[in-house]
Design a protein around this ligand. Structure first.
Ligand SMILES: Cc1cc2nc3c(=O)[nH]c(=O)nc-3n(C[C@H](O)[C@H](O)[C@H](O)COP(=O)(O)OP(=O)(O)OC[C@H]3O[C@@H](n4cnc5c(N)ncnc54)[C@H](O)[C@@H]3O)c2cc1C
Length: 399
């Protein structure tokens, strides 16, 4: 029988509201505290939700809301060295859905609020102290909130991670900066297909939209990471010049860049991947989502894994007798899966931003990448077919 009755969730992105919904379903009262005044605050671009993420959203009844504004992508193609290859997919699964990060945050907030879950904004966590009876979080505005457990869903630059372990690693930089834009014309391809393109100098992707426009995204190699504020301080003309240098000779990359409306070029920020985090929990504190397992944008699984972990931590808190055994069971279930997916994404990142050695090996790497992508069951089967049985009691399992 679970002893936990209340949970404080830090972060109202993706994992936070989903954890709150799952905890409520488990009979545990949850409050979400988010640092910003609005969901996502206009930050970030388009996110993919994979079939496994959709299934986890089903558990908490948030799938319809989360995909209301989403675009299904049933097909994908890989292009490199002048070759364009349509990639096979797991045809019996629903297609992945592309949704704007801010829309997803908003939809999850509304679903949680609709179920009576309290989401407090302008609440930036500074620290937390625990004793035998509970954990008290302190915020920059001087206020405090107390609960039985604290769940850190505060993203890749997590504060809770350093409260769990002051020596926890920070995010690793992939050597790339993300850009996005919606271009007012169709340059190539048909709607419903996402094109992953390794150009002459850099990687980009695009997907034609049903209304005749094209959604474009670029992963521009960049030696040093930049904060979003630093990247946004660079004049748009300078970014366009650099994007033109990187993609100008590519087809259709050059044409896409030439047609970007400078007003609609968005820098989405430095792209990161979380290395393995030694401690996922301590005492009454636990981590979920990007705070503990950001697998980088190359996996297409960041949001989906965050949703899965949010549901799993609630299931373990429901069924195990105390926070420590619940968090141990949660980590044992999640760690192998999320670290395996991050390892796959890490290999793709090497091809997107190759070092000197990797550059020489690039043709071989691309052939390997293509070969694996042509075997979708082997490559993505375990990833995308993953389903959690909410009704099955969670038990302690060894890691
Ligand atoms: C700036 C940014 C842009 C992104 N853009 C993209 C993108 O374009 N495409 C893509 O696929 N993925 C993107 N991602 C990644 C994607 O959003 C995550 O993989 C996914 O949302 C994981 O969900 P999460 O809830 O773990 O983290 P997040 O969605 O990042 O949510 C974390 C939340 O915690 C809040 N928070 C942080 N610190 C505190 C604190 N101390 N106190 C209270 N609240 C706090 C944040 O404001 C945020 O709302 C982006 C992430 C970030 C941070």
């Amino acid at each position: 029988m679970a002893s936990v009755r209340s949970a404080l969730i830090i972060g109202g992105g993706v994992a936070g509201p989903v954890a709150a919904l799952a905890l409520r379903k488990a009979g545990i009262e949850a409050t979400v505290c988010e640092a910003y005044p609005n969901p996502a605050d206009g930050i970030g671009g388009a996110l993919a939700i994979a079939p496994n993420g959709l299934a986890a959203l089903d558990v908490v009844g948030a799938r319809d809301a989360a995909t209301d504004t989403a675009l299904p992508i049933p097909r994908s193609a890989l292009s490199f060295g002048g070759r364009l290859v349509e990639l096979p997919r797991l045809a019996d699964l629903p297609p992945m859905q592309i949704v704007h990060r801010a829309d997803l945050h908003r939809a999850l907030h509304e679903t949680a609020a609709g179920q009576g879950i309290e989401i407090q904004h302008n609440k930036r966590l500074v620290t937390a102290e625990e004793d035998a009876t509970g954990v008290t979080a302190r915020f920059t505005d001087g206020s405090t909130v107390t609960a039985d457990v604290l769940i850190g869903a505060d993203g890749i630059h997590s504060t809770v991670r350093t409260l769990v372990d002051p020596d926890a690693p920070g995010p690793g930089y992939t050597g790339m900066l993300g850009f996005e834009s919606v271009i007012d014309r169709r340059v190539a391809g048909e709607p419903g297909t996402m094109f992953f393109t390794f150009g002459k100098r850099a990687y980009y992707l695009y997907w034609p939209l049903p209304d005749g426009r094209t959604h474009w995204g670029a992963n521009l190699p960049q030696d040093k990471p930049m904060s979003l504020t630093e990247a946004r301080a660079v004049p748009t003309e300078e970014w366009l010049r650099r994007l033109h240098d990187a993609y100008g000779e590519d087809d259709p990359g050059g044409s896409l860049v030439r047609h970007i409306d400078p007003e609609r070029l968005h820098v989405t920020g430095s792209l990161h991947i979380m290395p393995s985090v030694p401690h996922w929990h301590r005492g009454r504190l636990v981590l979920v989502g990007d705070a503990v397992h950001a697998p980088s944008n190359s996996s297409g699984q960041g949001a989906s894994l965050a949703i899965e972990s949010a549901v799993e931590v609630a299931r373990c808190l429901r069924d195990l007798p105390d926070p420590q055994s619940a968090f141990a069971a949660y980590e044992a279930r999640r760690r192998p899966r999320v670290e395996g997916i991050a390892a796959r994404a890490g290999k793709i990142n090497q091809a997107k931003a190759p070092g000197r050695l990797a550059k020489a090996l690039l043709p071989v790497m691309m052939r390997v990448l293509l070969k694996t992508a042509m075997k979708p069951e082997k490559t993505f089967g375990a990833e995308q077919r993953y389903r959690m049985d909410w009704n099955e009691p969670a038990t302690l399992v060894s890691a």
